[in-house]
Design a protein around this ligand. Sequence first.
Ligand SMILES: [Zn+2]
Length: 224
Amino acid sequence: MTYSQKEKRREYDKKRYQLNKEKILEYNKKWREENKEYYKGYNEKRKERDKKYRELNKEYYKEYRELNKEKQREYYKKYKEENKEKIREQNKKWREENKEYSKKRREENKEKKMEYDKKYNELNREKKREQNKKWGEENKEHRREYRQEKKAICLEYLGGKCVKCGTTHNLQFDHIKREGKKYEISSRVSNNFDNIKEELDKCQLLCAPCHLDKTAKEWVDMYN
Ligand SMILES: [Zn+2]
């Protein structure tokens, strides 16, 4: 049979298979069901045989691996590159399915991981610092805007004007009583509103001059 004849034959077989796929699959399934026992034994036997074969040819395999190390590595690298998405999906799925195992492994390797992280951080401290700095520079404007927005929410919550003189300019957060003050609002104004609400409820809004005035009076009272 020539090559082209063979190709033709293959093409024909493929077509026939496609046309009768359902039937063939059904038939194969039925056949396997009926010969379950035989197959069971067969699989076991085959596994045993493969194992023996590998054992006998251990040296050969070892040599083969050794000789094709580079090739193998190249192949894996290429495969990884080409199937990045697929591999990521697979890994994710595997982790989902083996949550318990992963958790156990993490517990077991906690010490090791900590040790590794420490070493890594030490080695890459400069790099990390550079990265953080760069990120900070790049997001300066964004951070400022974000803070402004958050601050506006807090100001509005407290009435939006100075409780003494009524101005809406240069407003500051003032703790009505010194006692019970946990922190300066302005230092955490970017935090989640719900988290700072409790502290905000201890405050009022004062403009800068009124705030200075109040603080001065408090100082005077404290030392008299
Ligand atoms: Zn005022």
